[in-house]
Design a protein around this ligand. Structure first.
Ligand SMILES: Nc1ncnc2c1ncn2[C@@H]1O[C@H](COP(=O)(O)OP(=O)(O)OP(=O)(O)O)[C@@H](O)[C@H]1O
Ligand SMILES: [Mg+2]
Length: 545
């Protein structure tokens, strides 16, 4: 049996990794572009940074990695110095130590200026002169790179925690140093996207524009499929089950890793060469339903953090209602019988905690699996009366079986049927999809049809009527070419009455000329990303190709 070693099991993220490598190598050639790596919790920022460090083996580029979450200044200072000296000695193939004094002793003869500064810094720290010590620490990279001629890549993971060091103007001071230290590349990472962007824009304002912001997202559907294959390492699994797992975990790497781990384990226990549905349900039950299942514990800890405050019960009621498909404040107020102001207040705290996201007037639990767990495990657990009968477990298994079955039914449906089902759910709300706002009318008459282009092809299309006017949605799985688009535009011109809105929906996007033309003609252009964003907003399984 081949269990997954999470530390060595890095997969994908080629594009971001390539950019980071390029930035680190650029530094050597005198081009410096600092980077901010932002992304939700557990999305893979630290793994990516570790990967970068393990793959870069240039004798002239040194890495100093510091995770600042929950740390104080003393940790920052000692770890900074140790890491710098250790990595220097390692590059020089000199004896390595973990103790600060021994590290200084070992380095003193080859980098006396740097070690002299470290001594001075330690003296300041011993006198409790934190502010002065911070200043001196920030000049250490410059002195070191001047003395050694080496370039330094400084990585501050969860860098917003610097603000807890109780050092006045902690970011502004750092900002000033970053500006002048041209031989040092700064990579900062954070799970708190809004906060980090605020710091980059305001507190590190000197540097605004000087930080390239890279955002890590959960895996796309095809990347998720790749990760599952990679993890299962030759253990067979049908495409349908793989798709189900990718959708169930919503491309979340950590959950997919853990689930695959259990699947490999179970396939060994039951001596199965291929993974079938019962094994998947068994694994999910172990991980999500069982109280001590890893993912269940993970969610329980999250709930614990959220409910330390006084409004614990309202917080949980709101999460319960969101998981049950109530997405608007009005619906929540009505269902929970509380004042709107209370709901708004809690919702804003949930957004700050990055648990809930808002799009238009819709609120959603960001993590689809967490939402599933609240609905089918947590809520039921709190409502159970007959603990003897194992009823909740039975219900959970039944529900999971249904979910698997429904997924396969839905996945087989034609794209036009899926989109028309989705459009039935539109209710005059506006949403932002991939940076653009769209108003989605409430339709009363939705028809699937074939649109004939000239004398040739037929395209799948949907016509929909609303009091404000009609929509025409033209669908294509393959990329839309310019000639397809010209044909569609000709057909649209012939329509009477003119549709209020035309949407070109192509899972594979449009070629560049077709896209430009479509936008000139004021058509809306949606691809797989926008469509799956809508599927998520309206609680539908994502589109599987
Ligand atoms: N590229 C990857 N390939 C495979 N697994 C990954 C990858 N990135 C992340 N993971 C998995 O996700 C887990 C969480 O990743 P990681 O700790 O890097 O996230 P993070 O964004 O740093 O989280 P936090 O915000 O909590 O610090 C890892 O332990 C690993 O199991
Ligand atoms: Mg991390």
């Amino acid at each position: 049996m081949n269990l997954i070693d999470f530390d060595c099991n890095f997969y994908g993220r080629r594009d971001v990794l390539d950019i980071l490598k390029k930035r680190a190598m650029g530094l050597k050639e005198g081009y410096r572009q600092n980077v901010a790596l932002l992304g939700d919790r557990y999305i893979g920022k630290t793994s990516l940074l570790y990967r970068l460090m393990s793959q870069m083996d240039d004798p002239d580029v040194l890495f100093v990695y510091l995770d600042l979450e929950g740390r104080d200044f003393n940790y920052f200072c000692i770890q900074f110095i140790k890491s710098l000296l250790y990595n220097y000695l390692k590059k020089k193939s000199l004896p390595l130590h973990e103790d600060l004094k021994l590290l200084c002793q070992e380095s003193r003869s080859s980098i006396p200026r740097t070690v002299f500064l470290v001594d001075a810094l330690e003296a300041l720290r011993a006198q409790g002169k934190t502010f002065e010590a911070y200043h001196m620490l920030l000049s250490l990279p410059e002195i070191f790179s001047q003395e050694t001629g080496k370039s330094l890549v400084l990585i501050f993971d969860e860098f917003s925690a610097l603000e807890n060091f109780q050092i006045p103007e902690v970011f502004a001071e750092l900002g000033k140093r970053i500006m002048t230290q041209k031989n040092c590349l700064y990579i900062v990472a954070s799970s708190l996207r809004a906060k980090a962007e605020g710091i980059l824009a305001e507190k590190l304002s000197l540097l605004f524009g000087n930080f390239e912001v890279l955002v890590l997202d959960s895996f796309s559907f095809s990347e998720a499929q790749g990760l599952i294959d990679h993890n299962l390492n030759g253990v067979k699994i049908g495409l349908h089950l793989k798709n189900f797992i990718a959708d169930f975990c919503f491309g979340h790497l950590l959950y997919m890793n853990i689930l695959c781990q259990v699947l490999i384990y179970l396939s060994g226990v039951y001596a199965q060469q291929e993974i079938y549905a019962p094994l998947v349900t068994n694994a999910i039950e172990n991980l999500i339903f069982n109280r001590w299942g890893i993912i269940s514990r993970h969610f329980e800890l999250g709930i614990h953090e959220l409910t330390i405050s006084k409004s614990a019960s309202l917080t949980m009621s709101i999460l319960g209602a969101l998981a049950q498909g109530k997405h608007k404040i009005g619906e929540l107020v009505e269902g929970l019988q509380v004042k709107s102001s209370q709901v708004v207040l809690r919702m804003s705290a949930l957004q700050d905690a990055n648990i809930v996201e808002r799009n238009g007037n819709y609120y959603h639990i960001k993590d689809k699996l967490f939402s599933y767990w609240i609905k089918y495990v947590y809520k039921r657990r709190t409502q159970v009366i007959d603990v003897e009968q194992g009823l909740p477990r039975k219900q959970f298994k039944e529900e999971l079986g249904r979910a698997l079955n429904d997924f396969s039914v839905v996945a087989r449906r034609d794209l036009s049927v899926r989109v028309s089902d989705l459009m039935h759910k539109f209710d005059n709300e506006s949403f932002v999809l991939c940076g653009r706002r769209y108003k989605l009318n409430a339709f009363r008459d939705i028809k699937i049809l074939k649109l004939r282009i000239g004398t040739g092809n037929f395209f799948d299309a949907i016509s929909a009527d609303s009091p404000e006017g009609g929509w025409l949605v033209v669908l294509k799985k393959d990329p839309v070419q310019e000639r397809d688009l010209n044909g569609i535009l000709d057909e649209i011109k012939k329509l009477e009455p003119k549709p209020l809105r035309c949407v070109i929906l192509s899972l594979n996007g449009l070629d560049e000329n077709a896209r430009v033309r479509a936008l000139q003609e004021k058509l809306w252009v949606w691809d797989e990303n926008q469509l799956n964003c809508l599927m998520h907003l309206f609680d539908e399984p994502i589109i599987v190709r």
